[in-house]
Design a protein around this ligand. Structure first.
Ligand code: NDP
Length: 286
């Protein structure tokens, strides 16, 4: 990769790009599929070589589309998929993973996440994940949508400390994790992977992209407000963001956002416009 925009290091020493690519709602329509594939491939070329998908997305259609996009470039990609909580027990996790691998056209995942906590005991999921590691089907595993209490429980389970990341909702308009979960994860060297870092192009939280402070900062950087939101999400250097973009134009902008450095003063201004909550709030999720 000629354009790597900066990496963070996982607990096991693996370097991962700070700006990856999400794929929720991609692969659903034949009218847009070619452009989506071109966008993902361009993203990899531009250094956004982490691709996030899930068995749940479009009932496997996202994984199939990703499989097509990474054909011939699999070795350049850090591939992430997720197991549905219903399939996260020992009876189903191996089959779910194998079906994901088949759709993705690969023999291993770089990271496999529990999509959210369901009824299966965490202990059983950890066992299943470790078996998948042992069989070489996944290189490592992590979780998603777990709040601090769940994470503490996970780390008390034998092998639970091998959790590589926790993927949670995080954007300028939703900073709840900064109060407790993010500092806790920092202490335990479990990076946050920020989903919906663009607040779904501003629609999850109205007013972020239109905010006067965000617009002023964007103008100063010759950037768009959404690029400022992305640059902000990875400003500390230890968070991975996975914006989803289905066009080459958006992918190019998102790759460029990884290079925007916000000054301390700009971060303070954004803190004033979008303060972090003063107390613990429940984990925001979609
Ligand atoms: P994002 O915050 O990434 O926003 C995606 C939206 O922003 C799309 O409408 C996209 O449009 C638009 N967009 C992207 N780049 C630009 C740009 N440069 N300029 C203008 N608009 C832009 O939302 P997601 O919810 O998709 O989150 C990202 C990824 O995180 C998901 O795709 C998925 O992989 C993961 N995720 C995980 C969850 C979990 O439970 N673990 C839950 C939700 C998301 P367009 O498509 O037209 O480019």
């Amino acid at each position: 990769n000629t354009n790597i925009s900066g990496t963070i290091t996982l607990k096991d020493g693996t370097a991962v790009t700070k700006m990856g690519q999400g794929t929720w709602n991609m692969g659903d329509s034949s009218a847009t599929r070619d452009e989506e594939i071109a966008a993902l491939r361009l993203g990899v070329e531009l250094g956004m070589n982490l691709i996030d998908t899930a068995e749940m997305y479009g009932d496997g259609r996202s994984e199939e589309m990703v499989g097509e996009a990474i054909r011939g470039i699999r070795d350049q990609v850090f591939l992430v998929s997720k197991v549905h909580p219903q399939n996260a027990g020992l009876d189903r996790i191996t089959r779910s993973c194998e079906e994901s691998l088949k759709r993705l056209g690969t023999d291993h995942l770089d990271l496999y996440l529990l999509h959210w906590r369901g009824k299966v005991p965490l202990e059983e999921t950890v066992k299943g994940m470790e078996q998948l590691v042992a069989s070489g089907k996944i290189a490592r595993w992590g979780v998603s949508n777990l709040d601090t209490a769940d994470m503490k429980e996970l780390l008390r389970i034998p092998g639970g400390d091998r959790c590589a990341v926790n993927q949670v909702l995080y954007h300028l308009g939703s900073r709840g994790i900064e109060h407790e979960l993010l500092p806790w994860q920092r202490t335990h060297k479990i990076p946050v992977m920020a989903y919906s870092p663009l607040a779904q192009a501003g629609t999850l939280r109205k007013g972020v992209a239109e905010n006067e402070t965000v617009r002023e900062i964007a103008e100063k950087h010759g950037a768009t407000p959404l690029q400022i939101m992305l640059a902000w999400s990875i400003r500390e250097g230890d968070i991975i963001a996975i914006p989803k973009a289905s066009s080459r134009k958006h992918v190019t902008e998102n790759a460029a956002a990884a290079k925007i450095r916000l000054s301390e003063e700009e971060c303070w201004k954004l803190d004033d416009a979008f303060p972090q909550p003063a107390w613990k709030v429940p984990l925001d999720m979609i």
